[in-house]
Design a protein around this ligand. Structure first.
Ligand code: ATP
Length: 283
């Protein structure tokens, strides 16, 4: 028997860094929402007690460094499962892009193994286990739209954003989240209005949402990779209503209400960078 799980990417509607904690992590406040760009994860039981990962990507390891592998290992340990699992990942989400690709694969493995081995763990329990793998995994276990606090592991569900199109454009560079966080100076950062974003979601107000998107890490990444600013400017010129970098970058997204306009922006961005996607917000 095989289980198939969709592993959707996320975008950050907001990302705020509040302070640096004594454990070295940053205290964050992020509103994230899932989008219709996803990896496909297939899980099947192996008789021998091992974890095998198959995927075709030059940039992602298929051994114990893979977050999907780590998720299976954590799940097997927690629920004392002695069977093995073969994880096949069909990757569509660009890697090191700020779209949470590794974390969503890990979350899909937790949800999928829960079904494959009929463990019947609650979603909260899976999210808790996910926090031991990486900070964005708990959000990805739930999906939808949520405010993530703490290191990212405290999740408060929010209403879905107003329905709209998302144009994603990723310059041909990978950004290491670690190196961006190392350059953060909390007192010098701009902070997004998380409270206004929450109000816009409750009011289902597209324009208020576009006005309140914000990312404290954007200036840090732009300082290292000026291409991100060029893509932002291009996306604005093309007519997107709200434009922001997601996560630690470098992917820039544009929010648009009308499909025809979104298609036009998508075409304009394709002349400018290689990885461009036109998707809907799922949140
Ligand atoms: P985030 O937005 O959560 O910071 P990201 O989208 O910037 O994440 P990922 O695509 O998750 O970044 O990749 C970051 C690193 O994780 C890469 O070095 C990659 O090799 C590693 N990695 C481990 N497992 C996976 C996986 N299943 N898919 C993608 N990357 C993975």
């Amino acid at each position: 028997m095989a289980i198939y799980e969709k592993a959707p990417a996320k975008i950050n509607l907001t990302l705020d860094i509040l302070n640096k904690r004594t454990d070295g992590y940053h205290e964050v406040e992020m509103i994230m929402t899932t989008i219709d760009l996803y990896d496909r994860v297939e899980l099947s039981t192996l008789k021998e007690d091992c974890i095998k990962v198959t995927l075709w990507s030059r940039f992602v390891p298929n051994d114990e460094r893979n977050l999907a592998y780590k998720a299976a290992q954590a799940f097997k340990e927690k629920y004392a499962i002695s069977s093995g699992v073969h994880i096949k990942i069909d990757k569509s989400i660009p890697v090191s892009a700020g779209l949470g690709g590794g974390s969503t694969d890990a979350a899909a493995v937790l949800r999928g193994l829960n079904k494959l081995w009929d463990v019947q763990a609650s979603i909260e329990e899976l999210a808790h286990l996910g926090a031991t793998i990486s900070s964005d995994v708990p959000f990805c276990v739930y999906g939808g739209t949520a405010l993530a606090k703490g290191r990212g592991e405290i999740i408060e569900k929010l209403p879905s954003p107003p329905s709209c199109w998302v144009v994603l454009a990723k310059p041909d560079i990978g950004v290491s989240s670690k190196s961006i966080f190392q350059q953060v100076h909390v007192d010098k950062m701009q902070h997004p209005r998380t409270d206004v974003m929450i109000t816009s979601l409750h009011h289902n107000d597209f324009f208020m949402m576009c006005e309140s998107i914000g990312n404290s890490l954007e200036a840090v990444t732009i300082n290292q990779h000026p291409e991100v600013l060029q893509i932002k400017n291009r996306m604005k010129q093309a007519g997107a209503t709200g434009v922001l970098m997601s996560g630690s970058g470098p992917t820039v997204y544009g929010l648009v209400q009308q499909e025809r306009k979104a298609q036009k922006i998508y075409n304009a961005m394709r002349g400018f960078c290689k990885d461009v996607f036109l998707v809907r917000i799922l949140g």
